[in-house]
Design a protein around this ligand. Sequence first.
Ligand code: ADP
Length: 255
Amino acid sequence: MQRIVIKIGSHIISEKHTLSHERLKNLVEFLAQIMDKYEVIVVTSAATSTGNTKLSLDRTLLINKQVLAAVGQPYLIASYNEYLAKYGKLSGQILLTPKDFKFKKSKQNVKNVIEAMLDYKILPIINENDVTATEEYFFGDNDSLSSLVTYYCNADLLVILSDIDGFYDKNPHSFKNVKRFDKIEKVKKKWLKDEAKGGSEHGTGGIITKLKAARFLLGKNKKMFLCSGFDLKVARTFLLENKQIGGTLFEKLDA
Ligand code: ADP
């Protein structure tokens, strides 16, 4: 069985900064389907917005974000499990920090528990530990966390379910007449370099961290697929029928 990592951006399962149960239900239906074909590991965001479902705090303060994550994370996993139960499936939570990837022993520890969960057919659901993560010491985005999980857990492919349905020649939210790339074999340095200047016509923010993740994975002969997490048809067709009808596949020619 092939092993894959599915990264779920916070927009995919939240609406107006709160958890969207409707979207989570759709997503879980998709996860349950692909779990019959693949060994699946999930990296999910949305702890803070899930916390915001329960109480409203000023999210500009780090301490409040930590409190919202502390409230939201268990509720998020409980919601995943509530919907997974309908398909006879169970998940477990793994919260990570960059320290977990710093030492050989801690990396092995993460890997061991994920392997054991997959053996027991439990869906590992990973998130950055947003409660203790502070600005000096955190991943900051789940794109890099999910690329590390893909590599260290020997997965073949990372699927990023995003609010954008692929990588374009220009930011589709700021430019007209844009073109989506179906396939990328090499992530060009200039796409990443412009970040320091606050972005370029090729992209800013969220797409840069995805391109960095792709660059890392292509260097390790792994694949990455970026597609929409709102309409899951493209991801479903890609994973269940081996057909690409949208999205962007980052894959080396000789991989
Ligand atoms: P998510 O939270 O779903 O992981 P982000 O919002 O962080 O995703 O990043 C995706 C966003 O990156 C898109 O919505 C888009 O506004 C922006 N973006 C900038 N440049 C590009 C580009 N060249 N191609 C695709 N998206 C781009």
